[in-house]
Each structure stands twice: as C-alpha cells, then as structure tokens.
Design a binder for this molecule. Structure first.
Ligand SMILES: O=C[C@H](O)COP(=O)(O)O
Length: 328
C-alpha cells in the first residue's frame, strides 16, 4: 500500500536524464513477444484485489500523479484557471475530513495545457508548487518545421513551464530512422533547458509493439526524462499491453545505465479502476518507487472526477463494485 506521506506536489529536485550516445545495436536487438505480453496482462486479472482500508491511499497517490489536462480547440483562459483551481484543491474538504486526510496538502502532479495557456496557468498556480506542463512541438501531430518546434519549446519554458511534453515525428519510427529520432529528441532535450521533458510516442500510430520498444529506447538514450504513450488524440491511446512494453524498456534502460525514467500513460484513462490497474502494473514491473509523481504521471482530463467520487463513497462507506473488482 503506498504511503500518503508524499501526497504533495512533486519534488522537482529529481535528476534529469543525461542520455547517452545512440546505440543502434541495442535498438536493433529489441524484440517483443506478443503472446507472452498478452499472457502477462491476462494474468493480472483476478490476481489482486484492493483492500478496503488501503484504497483511499492508493487513490490519493494516483491523484498526486495526475497531469490534469485540458487540450481542446475551444480551451479558454477561464477554463484553464478553473482547471488550476481544481488541481490545487482536487478533493472536497469534507471528503478529506471523512477519510482522515484533512491535515494533508494534496494536489495533482501538474497541470497540462497548450503553449498558449502556459502563462495563464503559471499565474493561476502561483504559490501552490504545482508545475505547469506544456504540450509543445506542434502537438498533437508534431509535423511543424523542426525549428518552429524548438522555438515553441523555448517559448513555453520562458513562460514558466517546468515540464515539456514533446511529440515525436512518427515517420522516423515508421521508417526505422533511429538516428533522425535520436537527433530530434536530443534537440528537444537541449531546447528544454532546465525543464523536464516527456517524450510522447503516440504509440497508436507506431504499428507494432517492437516499434514502441525501439522508440522508447531511442528517446531515453536521447535524454527523455519520461516516456509517454499518447497525445490522447490517436485512435488508440494508453493500453496495458503498450504499458508493459514501455515499462520493460524503462527497466532495461535502468539496468544498463542506472538512470530511472518516468512513465506517463495518457488518453482515455477516466476511471479509478483503470488507474489502479496501471498502479499495480507499475509496482509489479518497476517497484514501489515508480508510484510517486517524480516517476509516474497519468495524463487525464476526466479521471479526477471518478477518483473524487470513489473517495466520497469510501468516506460514506457506500463502497462501489470496483472495490471488490480484481486488479488486472
Ligand atoms: O495527455 C493527456 C491526454 O491528452 C488526455 O487525454 P484524455 O482527455 O482522454 O484524458
């Protein structure tokens, strides 16, 4: 059960990934055994349940890992300010009181917006310690000119973004041009300066799990601090199977380099049950450390409402069916 001791805004003293030279042989040797992966995911089902007394702790921990997101064409400064207010006070005080957490300061991990709203969000979050993450580099397709993408990153950092979610050029992966992907990511890393960088792979566009594994590895070699599944705009976004592949690449990268890389599933994650599944997979594959916001974020626009609802049920004792649902 995760402790709630660290249920606060993430520690931005966490080290950045320095990256390493591109190792094409290491990239080439990556293979994914699809049926073994599917069996692993299937085996999670029914293996675990969330204990009633531990549930609030798990959900609060998940909440501190949310990159609370609005990425819509009709976003306005007003919507972003309301989102920031929710990020700073994500759970109603009476619920926190009822579950014995009234003395904890609980916030989401970050607020995630388009570049246009970075300054608005930074101002709205002033004094909360909550970082702003900007989706830069021509999100979501990432097909703007390379220099334009670098300028966008620099502008987001100048406006106060402490985290940048970049999107890779999927063509580099689909054509196995690993050098181009590495160089692109290297440039993004440099443009971020002191900001942390999350590499969005858009896994739903990458055709094969092997491509997902290889792209994960190349982005980590080039200095990504996090690897993230999706923009939320692809046809298929975060899935348990893609997660398994990416987590295993994070594990392999740590085994080889000693550097811990974070993971961010994003897109379509909207229920407490979904997020508990991700938490158990993270803990099983990488260990307890990866349940903290320094190494785990969940990109989500609508998850918070369900977590709050489940905490409310917890507070009133009106336990919902998911509490007895097997984790998997
Ligand atoms: O990065 C975050 C995603 O765009 C959020 O996707 P969602 O709106 O499906 O939760």
């Amino acid at each position: 059960m995760p402790s709630t001791e660290t249920s606060h805004a993430p520690n931005h003293g966490w080290p950045r990934n320095p990256g390493m030279d591109l190792d094409l042989a290491w990239v080439a040797e990556q293979r994914v055994n699809l049926s073994a992966g599917e069996r692993r995911i299937a085996s999670l089902s029914g293996r675990r349940t969330v204990k009633k007394d531990a549930q609030a702790a798990w959900l609060l921990k998940a909440l501190t890992c949310i990159d609370l997101t609005t990425l819509n064409g009709d976003d306005t400064a007003g919507r972003v300010k309301r989102l920031c207010a929710k990020a700073a006070n994500p759970v109603r005080p009476d619920i926190l009181e009822a579950i014995g957490m009234a003395d904890r300061r609980i916030t989401t991990g970050a607020v995630c917006v388009y570049h246009r709203f970075v300054a608005t969000a930074v101002e709205a979050l002033d004094g909360t310690g909550i970082p702003v993450a900007a989706v830069s580099t021509g999100f979501p397709a990432g097909l703007s000119p390379h220099d334009t993408k670098l300028r966008e990153i620099e502008a987001s950092v100048a406006d106060g973004a402490r985290e940048i979610d970049i999107v890779i050029t999927r063509e580099h992966v689909l054509t196995a041009n690993w050098t181009a992907l590495y160089d692109e990511m290297r440039d993004y890393r440099a443009a971020c300066g002191d900001a942390h960088v999350k590499a969005i792979l858009a896994t739903g566009d990458l055709k094969t799990l092997r491509n997902v594994a290889r792209a994960s590895l190349v982005c980590m070699m080039a200095g990504a601090d996090f690897i993230k599944t999706s923009t939320g705009k692809e046809g298929v976004n975060a899935t348990p199977l893609v997660t398994l592949v990416m987590l295993r690449m994070i594990r392999e990268y740590e085994e080889r380099t000693g550097i811990k890389i974070g993971y961010k599933p994003a897109g379509g994650i909207s229920t407490a049950k979904d997020v508990l599944n991700y938490q158990f997979l993270m803990k099983d594959e990488l260990g307890r450390e990866w349940l903290e916001p320094d190494l785990f974020r969940i990109g989500a626009s609508s998850l918070l409402a369900d977590i709050e609802r489940q905490l409310e049920h917890h507070a009133t004792g009106a336990y919902s069916s998911f509490q007895r649902h097997p984790i998997g």
